[in-house]
Ligand binder design. Structure first.
Ligand code: G3I
Length: 356
């Protein structure tokens, strides 16, 4: 707590006389003027990207420098890959997996099953439930084994629980295969690859206690039955001022106490949740920086064995899905529109330097 108070005091005093640059505590060892997160961090640091983005030299220059983990923002999802029962569109996924290998980045697979990325032909499949399940098993084997040894982890199921009630969503998977479908999907993924890390991924687990309890109960049930699960993806679509740091810490600890690897899998920090800003003010940027420091500092408090990765859901502010989703101006990521690191980036660096 003392470290945080000193850090905040430093920030606000610094803002009063800052020349407009955000110097590191010690001079960066490169000509960019900022350290590479991938060099400083004891755990992988990633971003969600798209195949076209990494073909842009301006984008890839910064992405390759700062990050060593890659998640496909949408091109490794079922509706992009499995375009009809016997047709697979592997090209974008192959390109991103190859990119990760070419740039010494771990690749996280997102996501085998998600009700929002189920291809329409599968959603409307009229065959038997048994055939439906056999199709899913075949998809999981085909996809996981295609990237065996290249994709180190998969979100097996994404967002299966309802907000607020913690009940299972009435998805086509649950409706056709019954409430125990998640266990079977994890089992299939394990059968497909004995070494790949298997994650369950969801949002608001740090702010919705009922939903969190439901997911923890699933983990406990899996572990009691020997159903394989290696990690939890806490998406962490949070704001500069909520949820509480205590709730974030308690959530990480609750899943880590079960031996799971923790992936902050889709981190973005809304600077404008109330829609009150038309531009990112210096004060709000500093608050976002303090928030970034706090989240990384909390993640560093986990045992090393439980720290899978921190993945930002995009590289630059303009790349963020939040802008279209909420319709507000928003600046939730580490880099600005000109690929320059924001104060939030330096909050990440300072948390890492405090740990070193
Ligand atoms: O790039 C193509 C463009 O060429 C094409 O003209 C256009 C219209 O078809 O589509 C564009 O691709 C879109 C892509 O976003 C890039 O903008 C896809 O249609 C669209 O489906 C995709 O949406 C993604 C969404 O998941 C659904 O897959 C978002 O990028 C992505 O940020 C969002 O991420 C989800 C996580 O997977 C799960 N957690 C919530 C998170 C936010 O919804």
């Amino acid at each position: 707590m003392l470290r945080r108070c000193i850090f905040l005091l430093f920030l606000f005093v610094f803002a009063a006389c800052d020349s407009g640059n955000s110097p590191d505590i010690d001079p960066p060892d490169d000509d960019r003027g900022y350290h590479a997160l991938r060099q400083l961090s004891p755990f992988p640091v990633g971003a969600a990207v798209q195949a076209a983005q990494v073909q842009n030299p301006d984008f890839s220059d910064v992405f390759n420098y700062a990050f060593n983990s890659l998640t496909a923002e949408y091109q490794m999802k079922q509706n992009v890959i499995w375009t009809s029962r016997n047709t697979y569109n592997w090209a974008p996924a192959d390109a991103l997996v190859q990119y990760g290998q070419d740039h010494e980045m771990q690749v996280h697979g997102h996501a085998l099953l998600w009700h929002s990325s189920t291809p329409l032909w599968l959603e409307n499949f009229v065959g038997s439930d048994e055939t439906f399940e056999a199709l899913l098993l075949d998809y999981i084997f085909t996809t996981v084994q295609r990237y065996q040894g290249k994709v180190i982890s998969w979100d097996v199921v994404n967002e299966a629980f309802n907000d607020g009630s913690g009940t299972l969503r009435e998805t086509v998977f649950r409706n056709r295969l019954g409430p125990d479908y998640l266990a079977r999907m994890f089992d299939y993924a394990r059968q497909a690859d004995p070494d790949v890390l298997l994650f369950y991924n969801d949002y608001n687990l740090e702010s919705d206690a009922t939903k969190r309890r439901a997911v923890l109960a699933m983990v406990d049930d899996f572990q009691a039955r020997g159903i394989p699960i290696d990690g939890i993806g806490l998406q962490m679509h949070v704001s500069y001022n909520s949820p509480s740091l205590k709730d974030i810490k308690d959530t990480m600890q609750a899943f880590a106490s079960r031996g799971l690897k923790i992936h902050l899998s889709e981190l973005d920090i809304r600077a404008n949740p109330g829609g009150d800003l038309t531009s990112l003010t210096e004060l709000r940027a500093l608050e976002q920086r303090a928030r970034t420091f706090d989240i990384v500092d909390a993640f560093l408090d986990l045992p090393a064995a439980n720290r899978f990765a921190i993945t930002w859901w995009g590289l630059r502010d303009p790349d963020s899905w939040l802008i279209g989703f909420w319709g507000n101006p928003e600046w939730p990521l580490l880099f600005d529109a000109d690929y320059a690191p924001k104060p939030a980036y330096f909050g990440f660096v300072e948390a890492l330097e405090g740990a070193s």
